[in-house]
Design a protein around this ligand. Structure first.
Ligand code: ATP
Ligand code: MG
Length: 554
């Protein structure tokens, strides 16, 4: 997309219209509201790019975006998750407005707003057992039945609610419910539970509270207290919208945000369910949340994806109200596209066989130069030592082959990238009949120029044996064998048992002089990244980020 064309979608159109009509005093304020109960995944990236992206696009209106932890469900939440989420948002390149917000910051306010509803006769304490409440809710065909506690005086509910908070009752003994409509066609409007008693230690408020507000009550009020203008969430919350509106319309509260829904990101061959991702981690089927095969932001980071590639991908997916499944190729193509122009080239021989240049003096060494990027001279050059013994890839030599094979064949010639043309003359085999060494001669007259009187079409990569360093290369493939693992009875049956393998390559010595998380193109092999944790100058570890071309066969 050219820079002069403004990126837009139906949500930005709504914002433009609101601005044109002078709504919200011309303010634009969004929020990203994760629950700190897992690491963020590629689906969250879409929501992050939307919410924070809007704040960036509406700079002229001083638009803002908050990061708010929706921490009302203490059982599964943790500080580790909260920290990881902040790191991921920053890594993607976004900044939230002010301090991190927490729904739990508003527990006192929420309690006050609940009292307000009770006083207005719009909420009541229900002592019915949970099963009774569930049963009396009715179903799509049958209206619900009103609770016997529904019409108790407000003073009685206020008293009980206060004593719920004071810890006088057992967990689940009673709840606070909104008094809406037991025959409402939307089941969520049939006197929804607003507060429950639950003795649980909370990551922020400790043991201060034994009653916790429910999502539908908390979210809209948190939005209002932060003066959010556009509260963006995924389509499954469409049914919650009437309740969102009901709560805010019935409270004396200074701001009035509105909720808009967009479709979730679903990515083929992976899962974006936090529950299932948690299961993979807890059952140790992957190497933690940031395993490079995971669709988590930290996993993609460790694999070598760039923030820009993920942001470009989210832009390419777009924002709509239609649920669909996005092909993994779109994500990978964005990664390739970004890396192609930004990373330096190196040579790494993944499956090395030794080459001996028999007409090259034993003690001679030459320092050749290789461009770091074929199309960008500003990226400079690096030194490539050349000597009598080299490594090339096993796949780049054949005893015999047809014309389509443009690499090294016995009695044939090939160019070594950035170096000479060599001819294969002979081989020696090991006990198992595999090639041990390849005996070649080089043409000293072919450095940087074509040989006289003959054409050499193939170019292969190589490293000098005595200069090269061994490196562990971690090869990753997709984690699942089927395109929609989430739809299986047991998604674990779809795990690809060959999604990980490790090999030892021989790589240019310059690869021992880099930093963790530096990305490269290993020529003819793909894009690779120095592992964030395990790479050091003494122990080279690279993760395959993505292949050079789409090699998936579906
Ligand atoms: P949970 O079931 O734990 O609530 P969740 O996927 O809704 O899981 P949240 O942490 O609540 O996770 O999500 C934070 C925000 O990210 C929400 O606004 C949610 O709508 C959005 N989000 C989550 N998954 C996706 C997805 N696949 N595509 C787009 N947005 C998503
Ligand atoms: Mg959620």
């Amino acid at each position: 997309m050219s820079e002069t064309v403004k990126y837009t979608d139906f949500i930005r159109n709504i914002i433009d219209k609101d601005l044109a009509e002078g709504k919200n005093e011309g303010r634009v304020h969004t929020r990203f509201p994760p629950e700190p109960n897992g690491y963020l995944h590629v689906g969250h990236a879409k929501s992050i790019c939307l919410n924070f992206g809007i704040a960036e696009d509406y700079q002229a209106q001083n638009a803002l975006c908050n990061l708010r932890f929706d921490d009302t469900n203490p059982e599964k939440e943790s500080e580790e998750f909260a920290k990881a989420i902040q790191e991921d948002v920053k890594w993607l390149g976004f900044e939230w407005h002010g301090e991190v917000c927490n729904a739990s910051d508003y527990f006192e306010d929420l309690y006050g707003f609940a009292r307000q509803l009770i006083e207005k006769g719009l909420a009541y304490v229900d002592e019915s057992p949970a099963e009774e409440i569930a049963k009396n809710r009715g179903n799509f065909q049958t209206p619900g039945t009103e609770s016997p506690y529904r019409n108790r005086p407000a003073t009685e509910s206020l008293d009980l609610f206060e004593r719920m908070r004071a810890g006088e009752f057992a967990d689940g003994q009673m709840v606070l419910r909104g008094k809406i409509d037991m025959s409402h066609p939307n089941m969520l409007m049939r006197d929804p539970v607003l507060y429950r008693i639950k003795r649980m230690h909370h990551i922020k408020t400790g043991d201060k509270w034994c009653i916790y507000p429910m999502y539908d009550f908390t979210h809209c009020i948190s939005d209002a207290l932060e003066a959010i203008t556009h509260s963006l969430c995924t389509l499954e919350f469409e049914v919650n919208r009437p309740l969102y509106d009901w709560v805010l319309d019935n409270l004396d509260i200074p701001a009035r945000p509105y909720q808009y829904e967009f479709s979730r990101l679903n990515l083929a061959y992976t899962i974006t369910s936090k529950r299932k991702l948690t299961q993979l981690v807890e059952e140790k089927l992957v190497d933690g949340w940031d395993d490079p095969r995971m669709p988590t932001i930290s996993g993609m980071r460790r694999r070598g994806y760039t923030p820009a590639s993920i942001r470009n991908f989210c832009k390419a997916v777009g924002i709509s109200k239609v649920n669909s499944v996005t092909d993994m190729t779109l994500l990978e193509d964005n990664v390739r596209q970004d890396l192609d122009s930004t990373v330096e080239r190196r040579m790494a021989v993944l499956d090395p066989i030794k080459v001996i240049i028999t007409n090259y003096p034993e003690d001679k060494e030459e320092m050749l130069a290789g461009k770091n990027h074929p199309k960008n001279d500003e990226m400079g050059t690096r030194t490539l030592p050349f000597s009598r013994e080299l490594y090339i890839d096993r796949a780049d030599y054949r005893e015999s082959a047809n014309k389509k094979y443009k690499r090294l064949v016995k009695d044939g010639e090939v160019r070594l990238r950035n170096a000479y043309v060599i001819r294969a003359n002979d081989v020696s085999l090991d006990e198992s009949g595999e090639i041990k060494e390849l005996y070649c001669t080089y043409d000293p007259d072919t450095l940087g120029k074509n040989p006289e009187g003959r054409k050499v079409r193939g170019v292969i990569h190589w490293v000098s044996a005595k200069h090269a360093k061994p490196a562990s290369i971690r090869m990753y493939d997709r984690l699942f064998k089927v395109d929609n693992p989430g739809a299986m009875d047991n998604f674990l049956d779809a795990l690809n048992e060959n999604s990980y393998s490790e090999l030892t390559a021989m790589v240019e010595a310059s690869l021992a002089e880099t930093e963790p998380e530096t990305r490269f193109q290993f020529e003819r092999e793909g894009y690779f990244t120095a592992d964030r944790y395990d790479y050091s100058k003494d122990k080279l570890v690279f993760n395959r980020t993505v292949t050079l071309r789409n090699s998936w066969v579906d």
